[in-house]
Design a protein around this ligand. Sequence first.
Ligand code: XIL
Length: 434
Amino acid sequence: MLLWTKKLAIRLLATVMICNFMVCTFTGCGDQKESGEEKSPTGEVQKVQPTKEGEEDTPTPTSTPTPTEPEKEVRTDFYISSIDEKIPSMYEYWKEYFSIGIAITKGELLNDFKGELIVQQFNSMTCGNEMKPDALLDREATKSKGTETCPVLKFDSCDEMLSFCVDHNIKMRGHTLVWHSQTPDWFFMEGYSNKQDAVFASREVMLARMENYIRLVMEYVNTTYPGVVYAWDVVNEAIAPGDGGENGMRMSDSLWYQTIGPDFVEKAFEYARKYAAPEQKLFYNDFNTYEAAKRIAILELVNKIKDQGNIDGIGMQSHIGMSSPTLLDYEETIRKFGETGLEIHITELDINLDSNSEEDFMKEGTRYKRLFFTFKNLVDTGVANITNITVWGLTDEGSWLNKDGKRYPLLFNQVLETKPAFWGILMDEGIPLY
Ligand code: XIL
């Protein structure tokens, strides 16, 4: 703890010195920052909040670059402590376009420094794990008090997170109701058995369990925390072309597919619509949506559910690499999804960078900036109704990708300093667009 504080103090001092130097260089010493304006790492005062093109009184943000912008000198002074310095708010910056979300775990959220940073930067939240079926399904209570068709749930995993959202006026993406992963096998078995020789429950029983599960989650959340959840990931990752299921559906590891059959997705959306609050949006969410075969299968599926009136949006997880997918392929998927007329959420954005060199951090900043530039253009041109961008985690250290401790996919480092990636999202001039 002492070491951490000392390290932070040293970095802070260094950062403050660099920033002071930059302020002098770029704005002239003695310039006062006006209220309502924020400091960028270049020390320049930048206006926040781009407004959508085509609207009246819509100056483009002073810091928004154009593709013809001359190449800027590569800078390395982006590491500003979010604990002690006032940094611009991403959600404020983008509020005319989309909400900015964070996926977070309960432990991280309840950390004072991280909680404060989250409130400052994000107006949408996703529980990293706390609202998934394995967190909510209570086997003991189900065995003692449930019925063969109706499980018993517990919500201690996500209660504090939902309360946090109420207290700080943050909206929640409900993640996720029906998923092959993080759903216990016993939920699919006769008598909720967890024995080796357990047998699958029938299609009828599983449909009833699915309906009751969705009903119980929605009833609890919507009566205890009304108005907090604005979107549900009703079904996650049901498409996996080549896995053997009908119409490109995931089969081999999906017990939903195996017990109910290929219409389980449609049924899930039917039940979700039945119990959701009228203003809540229902999403189909998946990864690698930019792969052609997957994109086509997803489109077929969501268009069918759209015809039934039971879906409002498509979630593109967007766990991407530094060079793959190409922005062209990624954008092509957004365009195709946009043609459906459904809302689009970027639900789980991170960039799997495996180096922490300054140079690579800058390249990562560029990739984030280009992504947001793309999102902005697609909204401005009316091509896609992108309404939320969520990053999957706060710090590199806490990222789900960081099993080997060598991944740097996010916007803040472990001492909560901003990385170039953060400034890229704010379209800062110091981050090259190319
Ligand atoms: C991840 C969590 O972040 C991890 O903590 C957990 O161990 C596995 O799941 N797609 C999803 C998310 O829809 O729910 C996953 O979250 C990441 C991939």
